[in-house]
Write a new protein. Structure first.
Lengths: 345, 418
């Protein structure tokens, strides 16, 4: 596959992303005319002195406090998950790795279910109880998986993957037990695990943003070393990469990001797996291009999916279902095409 | 000799409870091209892993350029030592230039990105290995030999003081084997890079290395020049097989000729067979009869002829003369003495001239059965003396003729059955 010139790839992607963000903000179930929506946007974003007369307050609120934050959070969540996916696929040298491969999602889900069942509501640091517990669950899970896998000072990638799967399965089972014992909360827990941006506002964005920014910045510093990791761990050591430190750095950064994002949105699958994959097919495996483009397209992908989630039916569909519904078949299509043409990278 | 660049003192290392390296003490000097040989599982690759920081030591220490290896950060180590592994595969689509640029990693950091200088070094490294023509192609799409050159370019881009090679030619055809070895020699001679190479091919090691270190059971078994290390005693201790060492006439380096690993089927009633030869055509027959348990003697042989060399290597008793001299009556008397008790006397495929016709003198008075290779009678440079001599023998004794070695061995089996 011909690799697109790197110089143009990023500006072009940003442009596409902005256009899609705009389209998604002006579309939705509420009947706000295209012209009104534009006027509100100009007023809200660019603070232009646009005449908002004749537009109902409801419409302004919908754009300002519902659609705009959803689009921004959608971008933030999608971008974060996709960058984490890149990092994980890099250190595991496995194109099937995603941000949830080590059981972060199960940990978060268990934490969230406990929060939901106990009606835990602490409002700690401006976050709801469910969010705090989900975040804690995610973090504790990774700590557990990491310590199980440790052999001396090293953490072999294969044991890390296996213990990730084992811990994840155990935690899922524990969550099922909680659900069965608390049938009245089952719906709520189910919805949480499907992931949704519904009802999220600027507050949640501010909660997630610092973690995401920190994590993404950290991951961006690992680009060159992740490239070398893809050629093999032994080679990486021989080329001067501090492999164990790199693993810790990526695990830590990705866990911070993933935990922060899914504690707010619930589990949104497939973005972290599919987006880095598709971008790699187009740009090649070099993380210096792969990471920023995954960030842009991850964000864009989730915005589109979320717009579909809130517009396709009269009731809200959890966005996690949409990402899997769109991502799965598309992925299968790509795999079957790649099978004829060679490798996945 | 310049200073020690790599020092091992009482190094022991292994995997889990299995200790592969037991006690290695060795110094490599700057600018040396050292070959590391040894049979499978003796720890050659393990030693390379220890130097490159992949495997911690159980005991002892390694120092690189005077610095303790265990205390070096992987970055620092990668600036001193580069490793070229066996040809290996990368699952992702990196271009050749990407791969070579990875060699600059030890000099780059999060804040220090690739500079023009790094690009220049990469270009030079590709030039030195003839890989610049495919700098934009995917590493995956190259052939084995091309890939190995790219990996060599990456090692050069590391600007190391020592290059470690772990069986660098094992997956390559002879053209590419030679190409890689010549490139390494060039690096060693022109760039004064110290080279330590694990090699399976003893002849390659003998030819290219100034020094050969032979490992056995986790210790240094022999250490010296190719002439000192590659001899029959050492090689048989190393490989437990039948082999021959000779000097390559082209490079004046010892050369190993593997003969066989599995024991030949023995002849039930071992016989004494005397072979009259002296050129190069009886080598196979001598070796095979010896391997099958026969008592073999030979004569009269020109020293330095191939037949003489194999007798010499296998310790077969023979009568010999200086090269390009004639067989004297005295020598032939010794020869007849040697074949006195022989059950069979074989005249191998050897051309007869004035110098060696004496070899057939007195054969009619021996007690062994006489066998003559038909070709021996074709090349007659004796003006008819050969034919006359054979006729004279035939007057007193029966002669059996055979066309090739295989036929003779069949005849041998037949007599065994009788």
């Amino acid at each position: 596959m011909k690799k697109i010139d790197r110089k143009w790839a990023i500006p072009l992607s940003i442009a596409i992303c902005l256009i899609i963000m705009y389209i998604c903000t002006v579309t939705g179930v509420a009947s706000i005319s295209f012209r009104d929506a534009n006027r509100i946007l100009l007023h809200e974003i660019f603070h232009l002195n646009v005449d908002l007369e004749g537009i109902s307050n409801g419409s302004i609120t919908i754009i300002r406090n519902v659609r705009l934050p959803r689009v921004v959070l959608g971008f933030l969540a999608g971008a974060s998950l996709a960058v984490c996916g890149c990092g994980f696929q890099g250190i595991f040298k496995n194109p099937m790795a995603d941000p949830f491969v080590l059981g972060v999602s199960s940990g978060a889900a268990l934490g969230a279910s406990i929060g939901i069942v106990l009606h835990f509501d602490s409002r700690l640091l401006g976050m709801s109880g469910t969010t705090v517990l989900a975040f804690a669950g995610a973090f504790l899970t990774i700590l557990l998986v990491y310590n199980i896998s440790k052999v001396g000072k090293k953490v072999p990638v294969s044991t890390l993957l296996l213990s990730g799967i084992a811990v994840s399965q155990t935690l899922s089972a524990a969550m099922s037990v909680i659900m069965i014992m608390n049938k009245q909360s089952m719906d709520q827990i189910m919805f949480w695990t499907m992931g949704s941006l519904n009802g999220k506002g600027w507050n949640q964005i501010l909660t997630v943003l610092p973690y995401s920014l920190l994590g993404i910045l950290l991951l961006f510093t690992t680009c060159r070393e992740l490239d070398i990791m893809l050629t093999g761990e032994d080679t990486a050591i021989q080329l001067g990469v501090n492999v164990e430190f790199l693993k810790k750095k990526v695990l830590f950064a990705a866990t911070v990001i993933t935990a922060a994002v899914i504690s707010v949105t619930g589990i949104i699958g497939f973005v972290g797996l599919v987006v880095p994959h598709i971008v790699r097919m187009i740009t090649g495996p070099k993380h210096r291009t792969l990471m920023p483009l995954s960030l842009i397209f991850g964000g864009t992908f989730l915005i589109i999916c979320d717009t579909a989630a809130r517009s396709l039916a009269v009731w809200e569909i959890p966005v996690g279902i949409i990402t899997s519904l769109c991502g799965g078949p598309f992925f299968i299509y790509l795999l079957s095409r790649m099978k004829k043409g060679g490798n996945f990278s | 000799m310049s200073g020690k660049i790599l020092e091992f003192s009482h190094v022991a290392a292994g995997y889990g409870d299995r200790e592969i390296l037991k006690d290695i003490t060795l110094s490599i000097h700057e600018g040396e091209f050292t070959g590391l040989i040894g049979s499978n599982g003796t720890g050659k690759s393990t030693l390379i892993k220890c130097i490159s920081g992949l495997l911690p030591l159980n005991r002892g220490n390694i120092s690189i350029c005077g610095k303790e290896n265990a205390t070096l950060k992987s970055r620092e180590r990668a600036q001193l030592v580069a490793v070229v592994p066996q040809s290996y595969h990368v699952e992702y689509d990196f271009t050749v230039e990407d791969i070579v640029m990875m060699g600059r990693n030890p000099y780059l950091g999060f804040r220090k990105r690739e500079s023009q200088e790094d690009y220049d070094i990469v270009s030079e490294a590709m030039k030195a290995t003839n890989t610049e023509v495919f700098r934009g192609r995917f590493y995956n799409e190259l052939s084995g030999g091309e890939r190995q050159r790219v990996i060599l370019a990456r090692a050069i881009a590391q600007k190391p003081r020592i290059i470690l090679l772990d069986e660098p030619t094992s997956a390559l055809d002879i053209y590419h084997q030679m190409e890689v070895m010549e490139l390494i020699t060039k690096l060693n001679q022109k760039e004064h890079m110290t080279v330590l190479a694990v090699l399976h091919d003893i002849n390659m090691a003998s030819r290219f290395c100034q020094r050969i270190v032979m490992l056995q059971e986790g210790t240094v078994f022999m250490d010296g020049t190719p002439q000192e290390v590659i001899n029959r005693r050492n090689m048989e201790a190393l490989y437990h097989m039948k082999l021959m060492i000779r000097e390559s006439p082209l490079f004046h380096k010892p050369e190993i000729v593997p003969i066989r690993v599995m024991e030949q089927e023995k002849i039930e009633v071992p016989r004494h067979i005397h072979i009259i030869c002296g050129a190069a055509e009886a080598v196979n027959l001598i070796e095979e009869l010896d391997a099958r348990g026969c008592t073999v003697t030979a004569g009269v042989l020109d020293k330095q002829s191939e037949d003489w060399k194999i007798c010499h290597q296998l310790g077969i008793p023979c009568v010999d003369i200086e090269p390009f001299t004639s067989v004297t009556e005295e020598k032939q008397a010794k020869n007849l003495e040697l074949m006195k008790d022989a059950d069979m006397i074989v005249v191998a495929n050897v051309p007869f001239g004035e110098g060696n016709i004496q070899n057939l003198h007195g054969l009619e008075f021996t007690c062994g059965k006489i066998y003559i290779h038909k070709n021996a009678l074709c090349d007659d440079y004796t003006d008819g003396k050969l034919a006359k001599r054979v006729k004279d023998i035939e007057k007193r004794k029966e002669i059996t003729y055979f066309e090739n070695d295989r036929e003779f061995l069949d005849l041998l089996k037949q007599t065994e059955r009788q």
